[in-house]
Design a protein around this ligand. Structure first.
Ligand code: ADP
Length: 409
């Protein structure tokens, strides 16, 4: 069943609101004008295909979390903020795109508080049509423009409704945290024997109940992390840190759970990784999510390896440059760190390799989870301007790898 939009009775958008959400996204994606939806600060929330191509990027989500004004168009977001505050909600301005000047149109949509930024595209030479044809073409173009704006407005409204739903679910999840902590506390107390001696059977039952309770705690905190990221609360605490310490701590924290299941956990951290700026907690969270998955999916007797080492990362913009230019720009030293978690589990079929990083996508229904672990991990890595991917084949294990650039601003 396609998901349809049913939201507030905006008279001029009523027809649009009956259009399936996926279709709205597809139409925006297909539009020729490079278009971004961004926060007032310039943080990208959405970019269509033409917009991503403008900056040599291709994958949806590549520009998310980057700052459109500072990083890409080289304009000061404060100037734009001041103009909006002065009541100018439609601005035309000169911007820099690939070192060439061009014009951009910036529109401020006060509800839900977003900017729509469109770049002028190169004029295309077309034969001059006769007067009658010209009128029809103009009418068609106007109609297309109106439809396009309506679609964009409906899309923004939908995003806002989606955000409100996430906030609501997050507050429900938050309410579960305290009772769960109390239950877990009592299990711990009983298992110490301070409330009376336990028979072996009672101990087994309590251990199993405690495991289930801990699983529930993990699910609730996974959802809370997700909703915090969704509502834009992801702020990186970038500090000069040692990645080997960071990953070593995570591995130690997980070693007992691996031992309990009879899965071997090995680590290998290259001693030449220098200290660099990254968010210690967020990288630990990303690594922990990958270890959690590998443990969940690897049967007893299997093994998991957590590795980290320096890496030369040629970003895609450089990769499309002519060969001679690439040679000239050969990096003098590694500019990033590669972290991977490889397991001997059941593997993942190729058709799911992209999909599993999306929100709420689960392939293996026999394990617990909400389909959020990888989606959260991807956001955390992208916030560091890094990238994450999986290499896997059915019955041949999986390797999840992420790259963290070492030149965090
Ligand atoms: P979940 O909460 O379901 O674990 P994730 O986003 O962490 O959600 O993972 C999405 C899906 O990816 C899982 O349902 C599982 O099918 C697959 N997956 C993730 N990691 C592994 C792995 N190491 N081995 C096999 N399948 C995996």
């Amino acid at each position: 069943m396609p998901q349809t939009i049913a939201i507030s009775p905006l008279a001029d958008h009523r027809a649009i609101l009956a259009i399936p959400f996926g279709l709205v996204k597809t139409l925006l994606e297909a539009a020729k004008t490079p278009t971004w939806v961004a926060e007032r600060s310039g943080k990208v929330l959405f970019s269509n295909g033409s917009a991503r191509q403008c900056f040599g990027q291709a994958a949806p989500g590549d520009l998310i979390q980057r700052n459109l004004f500072n990083d890409m168009l080289k304009v000061d977001p404060n100037d734009i903020g001041q103009k909006i505050d002065a009541g100018e909600h439609e601005l035309e301005m000169e911007v820099v795109r690939e070192e060439k000047k061009t014009r951009a149109r910036v529109q401020w949509i006060s509800d839900p508080g977003c900017l729509i930024v469109q770049l002028e595209t190169e004029p295309v030479e077309t034969p001059v049509p006769d007067a009658a044809t010209q009128l029809t073409v103009q009418e068609l173009l106007q109609e297309r423009e109106i439809t396009y704006r309506n679609l964009l407005a409906a899309y923004l409204k939908l995003q806002e409704v989606n955000r409100q739903k996430t906030v609501f679910l997050a507050s429900a999840a938050h309410e579960l945290k305290t009772p769960l902590a109390v239950i877990k506390g009592y299990y711990d107390l009983m298992l110490t024997g301070s409330m009376g001696r336990l028979t072996d059977k009672q101990r087994d039952v309590l251990e199993e109940s405690k495991d289930s309770c801990e699983r529930l705690v993990r699910l609730v905190s996974m959802f809370l992390n997700y909703s915090a990221l969704e509502s834009g609360k992801l702020v990186l605490q970038l500090r000069e840190n040692d990645l080997r310490d960071c990953l070593d701590e995570v591995a130690k924290r997980w070693s007992e759970a691996f031992q309990r299941k009879g899965v071997k956990l090995e680590t290998s951290f290259d001693p030449s990784i220098p200290t660099f700026r990254f968010d210690y907690q967020k990288v630990q969270q990303a690594a922990a999510n990958l270890l959690d998955n590998s443990l969940k999916h690897t049967p007893s007797g299997g093994s998991v390896t957590l590795k980290a080492g320096p890496h030369f990362w040629e970003r895609r913009v450089a990769a499309v440059a002519p060969v001679e230019e690439r040679r000239r720009f050969r990096l003098p030293r590694p500019n990033s760190v590669e972290v991977s978690v490889a397991d001997t589990g059941p593997g993942i079929a190729a058709e799911y390799h992209q999909e599993i990083f999306e929100d709420f996508v689960r392939v293996d229904r026999n394990t617990s989870g909400m389909g959020l672990g990888l989606a959260i991990t991807k956001r955390l890595i992208q916030a560091h301007r890094g990238k994450i991917w999986v290499e896997s084949e059915l019955k041949a294990g999986s390797r999840f790898t992420f790259l963290l650039p070492m030149d965090q601003g």
